[in-house]
Structure formats: structure tokens, C-alpha cells
Design a binder for this molecule. Structure first.
Ligand SMILES: NC(=O)c1ccc[n+]([C@@H]2O[C@H](COP(=O)([O-])OP(=O)(O)OC[C@H]3O[C@@H](n4cnc5c(N)ncnc54)[C@H](OP(=O)(O)O)[C@@H]3O)[C@@H](O)[C@H]2O)c1
Length: 341
């Protein structure tokens, strides 16, 4: 089969090749990949800044895929040939709390990913792709949408009428804004670009969302406090990381939740403890979510007819350009189409 292979770190070392099509072992599905979507994790793996000691070489990268089951191994009961499925990042985390070794079983690193004509998924790690979505649309869900959903619902216990703060207008944040607004929450979005704030208002509805430009308002936490009568957001999704976490704590209400999702501006931080103590903030690390949460998300997306925001779909042969697009900071998701369903 055709596959993209990461032979060493650096985008120039992501190269097309031919490899043996894998055969499904007991409990496994062979999936003809329809589309994959890119996440910052995929770029960080290629760049060698994401657990580089765990990266096998060569690696078929990219975790998030949607496709069709074309063969099943012995004993498979959850799916049959012809079913459309989504991958999940954590291939063994089904429900409840994760085990200590889940990162060792992630799709797209260290396990082979979906940037190939076919991929193997264990039947327990796949979920039915939403019937209302194409493979391109469904491929955006496993990390970006699920992380947003888990942070808001499973961790933040978001209720209608509450306020959510999201940073930027990338994959996680746009899904978070869509989900929170559909749930009846108010959304505050920060972005470096006024045009992206305008786009998200059009997408989610002017009445439900307010925007703050974090470039022209570097102390954006003050704007968030002004917009919330000095109280702050009930749930903040922090994708930026670095020392900005202190602003997230300040922008979140007393006893509120900061879901620490990302590290766009740094993997380390100097956290001011006194505000955390006095505001009694819960800072909760997020590592996507279990399969059970994905299944609840898909019901919600179907019920509310939420469609993923895809900025561009690339051809399989143009995978490198798709990674370059991700590095520029897309509005929503960048997708690579592998094959027709
Ligand atoms: N822990 C997990 O489970 C998990 C899951 C998914 C993602 N993540 C992490 O979360 C982060 C975001 O992922 P993504 O897939 O949404 O990325 P993405 O699609 O590449 O989005 C990046 C966007 O974030 C905004 N941004 C960049 N730097 C920022 C800053 N300093 N402050 C505020 N916003 C900033 C920009 O939006 P504007 O152009 O609008 O400014 C940019 O377009 C990454 O670090 C990723 O690794 C973690």
C-alpha cells in the first residue's frame, strides 16, 4: 500500500513510500482510510518535540482517521466489513480513568497511524463514524472535537447558562465553541486575528459568543473579567500553555476549572500559586478522552447537527503542504483525503 513514512525528525523526512498492507490479527479491523485530519500533536511528532524517545522510525504518522472496514480478524464482533469507523487516539482507554501506560498504545505514534491507504484498528478502539458526516468531516473528531467535549462535559460539567473561555481559533477551540454554544453556554474566544473572531461569531451565532484579540489586548484576562461582571469563566480551555496559565487562572471564576489541554507557547510554566490558592482553581491536565466519551460526543453532534469546520482538504500526495498549512495556524481543521468511501 501507499503510505507516508516519517524516516527521521523534520518535515523533509516525511516521504511517500510503499509498504506491505497489514493483515488484521484476532480482534483487529483492516480499515481502508477515507481521510485523516491533522492535529498539533502530529506536527510536534514530526518536529521531534513530542516524546521523541517514543517515536519509531520509520513511522506512518497521523492519529485521526475515518474509513471503511474491509477485513476483520478472528473473533471480531463489534464491527463488520462495510462499516464506517473512526479511530481513537488511545487505543486501549475505553472508559473511566486511564491506565498508567496509555501513551504506549496511541495511534499515530508509537502505533502506526492513518496517513496510508490502509490502517489497523483494534475493534475495541474504533467507534462508528457519525452517519451524518463524510469521512473528511468524521476524521476531524478523534482528538480535536473529543478533547473539547471531554474538557467541557466530563471534566468541566458545563451547564447551560455558564460561560466558557477558549483560546485561539484552531481545531480544539472551534469545536469547543460550537459544543458549548449548542449546550446553551456563553462563549468567550480569544484570537490573534479580528477576522477569525468575526468568523467564529458567524459560525456560532453573534448572541452566544464574544471575542477578545489577545495580540491587541495582551492582558486579555481583564477583558474576560469585564465581560463576566468580574467573575470569570466557569470553564477555561487553555491550549496555549506556558506562563499564560496565570492569565487563565485569573480569567476563570473562583472554584472554576482550567482544562490544561495545550502547550502552543510552551511546555513549562512559572505558576503563581497564591492566585490558584485564593481562587481555589482546579487545573486539570487533559489527555483526550476514553472511547465512551467519544460515543457520547457523536450522539451530541448528530442531535445538534454540528458540522466540523474544515479550512482545507488536501490530496494524499500533498500531505507535506497540509502539514505546512497546520503550522500557519488554520481556522478549524486541515484534512487529507486518502480515498473515496
Ligand atoms: N491534551 C490533549 O488532549 C490535547 C488534545 C488536542 C490538542 N492538544 C494541544 O492543544 C493545542 C492546540 O491544538 P489544536 O489542534 O487546536 O491546534 P491548532 O489547530 O494548530 O490551533 C492553533 C491555534 O491556536 C491559537 N494560538 C496559538 N498560540 C496561541 C497563544 N499563545 N494564545 C492563544 N491562542 C494561541 C491560534 O489561533 P488564532 O490564529 O485565532 O490566534 C492558532 O491558530 C496544541 O498544543 C495541541 O498539542 C492537546
Amino acid at each position: 500500500m501507499k503510505a507516508w513514512l516519517l524516516k527521521d525528525f523534520g518535515l523533509h523526512n516525511l516521504q511517500p513510500g510503499d509498504v506491505t498492507t497489514p493483515a488484521p490479527q484476532p480482534g483487529e479491523l483492516l480499515v481502508k482510510v477515507g481521510a485523516v485530519s491533522l492535529n498539533f500533536r502530529d506536527k510536534a511528532i514530526v518536529d521531534g518535540i513530542y516524546e521523541p524517545h517514543l517515536v519509531p522510525k520509520p513511522l506512518i504518522p497521523v492519529s485521526d482517521a475515518a474509513g471503511t472496514v474491509v477485513a476483520v480478524g478472528a473473533g471480531v464482533t463489534r464491527f463488520q466489513v462495510g462499516d464506517r469507523v473512526n479511530s481513537t487516539l488511545y487505543s486501549r482507554w475505553i472508559d473511566g480513568a486511564p491506565g498508567p501506560d496509555e501513551p504506549a498504545y496511541c495511534i499515530g505514534m508509537p502505533l502506526p497511524g492513518g496517513l496510508a491507504e490502509y490502517m489497523i484498528l483494534h475493534e475495541d478502539s474504533a467507534v462508528p463514524a457519525p452517519a451524518s458526516m463524510s469521512d473528511e468531516e468524521a476524521s476531524t473528531l478523534p482528538i480535536a472535537a473529543l478533547t473539547a467535549w471531554y474538557s467541557l462535559m466530563d471534566v468541566g460539567h458545563l451547564e447551560p447558562g455558564q460561560t466558557v473561555l477558549v483560546q485561539g481559533t484552531g481545531g480544539v477551540s472551534v469545536f469547543a465553541a460550537q459544543i458549548a454554544a449548542a449546550h446553551g453556554a456563553r462563549v468567550i474566544v480569544t484570537s490573534s486575528k479580528d477576522e477569525n473572531l468575526a468568523k467564529i461569531k458567524t459560525l456560532v451565532g453573534n448572541a452566544k459568543v464574544e471575542g477578545v484579540n489577545y495580540r491587541t489586548h495582551p492582558d486579555w484576562e481583564r477583558n474576560v473579567l469585564e465581560l463576566t461582571n468580574g467573575l470569570g469563566a466557569d470553564v477555561t480551555i487553555d491550549v496555549a500553555g506556558g506562563d499564560g496559565i496565570n492569565r487563565s487562572v485569573a480569567a476563570t471564576k473562583v472554584q472554576g476549572v482550567v482544562a490544561q489541554v495545550g502547550f502552543l507557547s510552551g511546555q513549562t510554566t512559572a505558576l503563581n500559586l497564591m492566585p490558584v490558592i485564593f481562587r481555589q482553581t482546579t487545573i486539570r491536565g487533559i489527555a483526550v478522552a476514553p472511547r465512551s466519551s467519544f460515543e457520547r460526543l457523536n450522539v451530541f453532534l448528530d442531535t445538534h447537527r454540528i458540522k466540523p469546520v474544515i479550512e482545507r482538504v488536501y490530496r494524499f500526495d500533498d500531505a507535506v503542504q497540509a502539514f505546512e498549512h497546520l503550522a500557519r495556524g488554520p481556522f478549524g481543521k486541515v484534512v487529507i483525503k486518502i480515498a473515496d468511501a
